[in-house]
Design a protein around this ligand. Structure first.
Ligand code: CMP
Length: 140
């Protein structure tokens, strides 16, 4: 069995609605190990850096404003094929299109306020994990 890691963010909408406890339960019930976790509030510069890949997209400014509008919880999740598995568990980016029993269907509101973020590749997972966590924080 080859365990991999992915970076998850519980976004400001889900924290504001006090869904983070339910999301953590959901993840553990699906079999993810939460290797590291912290609550924080991003600065504008940090949010712009994290979402740099989207900087040319029309929704970039709104995305950054939303991500700095409140506290977030950043998590490192471990499972077999963690990146792909978490993308299945999150569901479609747009909660209206997400399958039943996915996090975005259950807790998302719209394409911006969609409750959670997950890395889209192993390469980006490595970068995104090191954006939020030092090696010392990744206890196994
Ligand atoms: P996330 O997985 O955090 O990655 C980038 C985010 O941009 C995405 O979730 C959405 O919340 C947001 N996003 C993607 N597409 C759109 C869009 N068309 N309009 C507004 N926000 C979007």
């Amino acid at each position: 069995m080859s365990l991999k890691k992915t970076l998850s963010i519980i976004k400001p909408d889900a924290i504001e609605s006090k869904y983070h406890g339910k999301i953590i339960d959901f993840l553990e019930n699906k079999g993810f190990k939460i290797v590291a976790q912290k609550k924080l509030k991003l600065s504008k510069v940090q949010a712009e850096a994290f979402y740099d890949i989207h900087k040319e997209r029309p929704f970039f400014k709104d995305l950054v404003d939303f991500m700095i509008s409140g506290e977030i919880v950043a998590q490192v999740l471990e499972a077999e094929n963690a990146v792909l598995f978490y993308r299945e568990v999150m569901g479609d980016t747009n909660p209206e299109k997400a399958e039943n029993d996915t996090l975005r269907k259950l807790y998302g509101t719209n394409i911006q306020c969609n409750a959670v973020h997950g890395s889209d590749s192993d390469e980006n997972a490595t970068k995104e994990i090191s954006f939020f966590f030092s090696n010392l924080e990744l206890i196994n």
